[in-house]
Design a protein around this ligand. Structure first.
Ligand code: GLC
Length: 482
């Protein structure tokens, strides 16, 4: 019998499972419909009127050659951790050395006061420099790439006006403002003489870091706490930059911020669980696509299904048990779903253990089957939807064959995510079945190089080089580039 086989489940439970399958399954036709709309929305985001997807120009205007060199600092403010790196791009082509420290981003800072966030970040940077270099005053020659992975308007590479917080952050007084002076003020207060060279997004960093070692890399994606992608557009296809009169063939990396795809609810088959997540989030109506895919939400979607199946009189799972632990919002993260999908035991006893230890619930045999199927449905839907974004960029750019660099906890750790995404891409783009399983797909999604470390350093290097070459487009503080 297959793992978690449902053949012995009671009739009512089978009916509920079938209903969940209908809610969460996205067939090929729907994938194609979503992708089609996605292609239009990418173009709309680049237009003067704009659309849901921000399509932010990043002022990253070239690909790395592999010959970039020098010492850089990289600061990464992701959704979960804060990381400080010193990156050395060595003389050897496409090689680098990295020293790094990770700091936990305290949960309360994510919804706290802006000053405390900047002070915490500045403290971590100062601590890193003191540990590795002793004297902070000698550091002013190290250019800094700051990976700030939220939607930001960049009229210049050394500014970032936060459009809105995503990934559960909700810090007052930052949206609509340039975060660079706030960050620099905190550094100045501590006497840390670092100057910011480039503010970047993790997806752009991922694209550039991966392109450093692989010339076939055309798209950078993050499937982690959040979900997003970047690619390189030509300025002639960016009407909202037309007033700058850049030569039409000039390359410009675009941070899509595709998490906002279909905020208006035209094509995504949202379930009542997705709608509930959105309603109770700090930014209802935002990040519709991301809320169906990203690691921050997968466990929560699952939790909501479980609570619903408990109250549903037909399913009535965990009858008579205390489900108070399960009632706590965001108490299950995506690693909980990963663990369920990784249970290879026929009786799903690892899943049973997990429920007993983490939730104090003992599911029966049939309920375990439903749990397993729910995890599969949520994980599969996320992977298949994410393929729509990759397919849309590839169609827009006419890429028939390329590499896509992907990073993030969901991509790297969630079981079958890669295979399910690749299968969906095959369906959307109508590739014939492989004759040899070892053969590469025309568009292959691969594990990326470290975008917010090496990528941030590379982008700082490319920016300095560009200024040296006299291309001052998108530079706000030229004095910092001397
Ligand atoms: C969210 C952010 C975006 C980031 C992504 C992955 O979607 O808005 O900037 O790239 O998460 O971290």
């Amino acid at each position: 019998m297959a793992v978690g086989s449902l053949s012995d489940a009671p009739k009512d439970l089978l009916k509920e499972i079938k209903h969940l399958e209908e809610l969460f399954t996205i067939d090929t036709a729907k994938l194609k419909e979503i992708t089609h709309h996605f292609v239009d929305e990418l173009a709309k985001g680049l237009s003067v009127e704009g659309g849901s997807i921000p399509m932010n120009p990043t002022w990253v205007m070239s690909r790395p050659t592999g010959h970039e060199t020098g010492n850089y600092l990289a600061l990464d403010m992701g959704g979960t951790n804060l990381r400080v790196c010193q990156v050395t791009l060595t003389e050897q082509k496409s090689e680098f050395d990295i020293i790094q420290s990770k700091y936990r981003l305290p949960e309360e800072l994510k919804t706290g006061v802006a000053e405390e966030l900047w002070e915490y970040i500045a403290d971590c940077l100062q601590q890193f420099i003191e540990t590795h270099h002793g004297d902070v005053t000698k550091m002013d020659k190290f250019p800094l790439g700051f990976t700030f992975s939220y939607p930001a308007t960049q009229n210049y590479i050394d500014e970032g006006i936060l459009q809105r917080w995503t990934k559960g952050f909700d810090i007052a007084g930052v949206e609509g403002r340039n975060v660079v002076p706030m960050f620099e003020a905190a550094l100045k207060q501590r006497g840390v003489p670092i100057k910011l060279t480039a503010l970047i997004n993790d997806t752009t960093g991922t694209l550039i870091a991966s392109a450093y070692t692989d010339p076939k890399m055309m798209i950078g994606c993050i499937f982690g706490t959040g979900c997003n992608a970047a690619y390189i557009e030509d300025c002639g296809s960016i009407p909202k930059l037309a007033h700058l009169n850049l030569p039409p063939e000039t390359p410009m990396a675009i941070n899509c911020e595709w998490g906002a795809f279909d905020n208006e609810g035209k094509v995504l088959p949202r379930t009542p669980y997705d709608i509930a997540i959105d309603k109770d989030s700090p930014r209802p109506g935002q990040q519709a696509f991301e809320k169906m895919i990203a690691g921050l939400y997968l466990g929560e979607i699952f939790r909501l299904v479980m609570v619903d199946m408990h109250h549903n009189p037909e399913a009535h799972i965990f009858a008579g048990q205390d489900i108070s632990k399960l009632r706590k919002p965001y108490s299950l993260d995506s690693s909980f779903l990963s663990a369920i999908e990784e249970d290879t035991l026929e009786d799903l006893s690892e899943t049973l253990d997990l429920f007993e230890t983490k939730l104090n619930i003992s599911p029966n045999r049939a309920e375990l089957g439903l749990i397993r199927r729910t995890a599969e449905l949520i994980g599969t839907r996320a992977a298949r939807l994410s393929a729509c974004g990759v397919a849309a960029i590839s169609i827009k750019k006419g890429y028939k064959s390329c590499h896509v660099g992907a990073d993030g906890s969901v991509f790297n750790k969630y079981p079958h995510f890669k295979a399910r995404g690749a299968q969906a891409l095959r369906e959307i783009l109508d590739w014939p079945e492989k004759t040899n399983p070892k053969e590469e797909d025309p568009i292959e999604i691969l594990a990326a190089e470290d975008g917010s470390g090496v990528g941030a350093a590379l982008i700082a290097a490319l920016t300095l080089q560009r200024v040296k070459d006299g291309n001052m487009h998108g530079i706000l503080h030229p004095e910092n580039f001397k």
